[in-house]
Design a protein around this ligand. Structure first.
Ligand code: TTP
Length: 393
């Protein structure tokens, strides 16, 4: 079966991390987010991947090229990001027969995706105790009988997890009218499928929609949790690695470093001397974590530097960020309320008691900067030495 993977979106809720990188290419453990989706599709038996690309398309193409894990890859270009149904419409000329559609920014348990692919026309679901902010499925005798968006009075707790198998005829149903938020939605195509054929709900054990920066942390917490200890880089005899730590070839861990897994130190990265890395932490390619630096439960994207005397907790550092000596990130509010973050201009609860900062690509902090919980520095932003940053910039 062909699997269409939607990877054309602009990822506006993930800014500034998506300033120059499409959301599906953000790092989750040792691969881009969308590679986890493609892997699940290949493991489920996809015989062709059709990647729908648009925003920063070349970065997706450069990664997947024409064959991925032995499976041919085709590309469909969505010129304007007009919605998920429109994205599948871009792929339609390549489709022949029943086909699957997966969001390029959703992590799903691979066993669930396999069951979905085997089920014929189907939709992946998960239970949510409060489903009122999701598309909610009504079922009748083992089939889906209806889908209702954000219902005040939900017919069940089964929500749409954004992975589908559509019947071949669905390629004729993609021209749906724009929704209230002015996008052509795939859920309207699902509604048409439900009216035309039996659509089976397939419940997933694990699912995460990665839309906002703290969800990138959660995606890494999930995937790093599956690591198995592997030390292939250069590790000093005076360093201590506890638990499931992976040090890739070409990475270096110096004297006096303590790393508590799960943690992944990618190739070209260096840690130490005398640094402490803990929690589910991704130290990306060519990252430098230097003397007397503590990094906890964070994602440090490729090329970031935290070289001296700093604390970075529950934070996301974009590519090529430079953290000045003595910079500290606060990750807990004294009133113990969940930390809020700005998403598309509005303060939104992360739902997390511990959350630090989001530093956009190329941002630099001056020495002794202190960053309040939930601040975002935009791409290339700077702070002055000794500054306390209590709002976004
Ligand atoms: P969304 O997360 O709804 O959209 P987005 O990725 O553009 O992010 P944001 O809302 O923060 O701007 O998209 C769900 C999936 O569908 C995601 O993998 C991107 C993809 N997509 C397209 O391929 N084309 C589109 O026109 C849209 C809206 C999304």
């Amino acid at each position: 079966m062909q699997a269409v993977v939607l990877a054309a979106g602009r990822g506006t809720r993930m800014r500034p991390l998506t300033e120059s990188l499409p959301k599906p290419m953000l790092p989750v453990a040792d691969r881009p987010l969308v590679a986890h989706v493609a892997d699940a599709a290949v493991a489920a038996g996809a015989d062709e991947l059709v990647l729908v690309v648009g925003y920063e398309a070349d970065l997706v193409r450069d990664y997947f090229r024409s064959t991925y894990e032995g499976v041919p890859v085709r590309y469909a270009v969505q010129e304007e990001q007009d919605g998920t149904a429109d994205a599948v419409r871009a792929a339609a000329p390549h489709l022949d027969g029943e086909f699957a559609v997966l969001n390029g920014d959703n992590l799903c348990d691979p066993a669930g995706v396999r069951t979905l692919f085997e089920a014929g026309p189907s939709v992946a679901t998960v239970h949510r105790e409060d489903p009122t902010s999701y598309g909610v499925l009504a079922t009748d005798g083992g089939s889906v009988s209806n889908i209702v968006e954000k219902p005040a009075d939900p017919p069940s707790t089964l929500v749409n997890a954004g992975a589908y198998v559509f019947p071949a005829a669905a390629t004729d149903w993609l021209d749906v009218p724009p929704s209230e938020r002015d996008e052509r939605e795939l859920t309207d195509v699902l509604a048409r499928s439900i009216d035309s054929v039996d659509v089976t709900p397939v419940e997933l054990d694990g699912w995460l929609d990665v839309g906002r920066p703290w969800e990138l942390l959660e995606a890494n917490e999930w995937q790093l949790g599956d690591l198995e200890r592997r030390v292939e880089g250069t590790v000093s005899e005076d360093a201590t690695l506890h638990g499931d730590v992976v040090v890739e070839p070409g990475a270096r861990v110096d004297d006096g470093v303590v790393i508590e897994g799960p943690a992944l130190i990618r190739s070209g990265a260096s840690v130490g001397p005398n640094a402490y890395v803990r929690g589910a932490t991704l130290v990306g390619k060519d990252v430098s974590v230097g003397h007397a630096v503590e990094v906890k439960n964070s994602v440090l994207m490729a090329g970031a530097n935290v070289n001296h005397l700093s604390y970075v907790g529950d934070s996301v550092l974009g590519r090529d960020v430079n953290v000045g000596a003595g910079t500290n990130v606060a990750n807990l509010r004294h009133d113990d309320r969940p930390v809020e973050l700005t998403v598309k201009g509005e303060r939104v609860s992360t739902g997390r008691r511990k959350f630090g900062a989001v530093l956009g690509p190329g941002a630099s902090t001056g020495i002794n900067t202190s960053l309040d919980p939930g601040v975002t520095l935009s791409a290339g932003a700077t702070t002055l030495p000794g500054e306390r940053v209590d709002r976004d910039r």
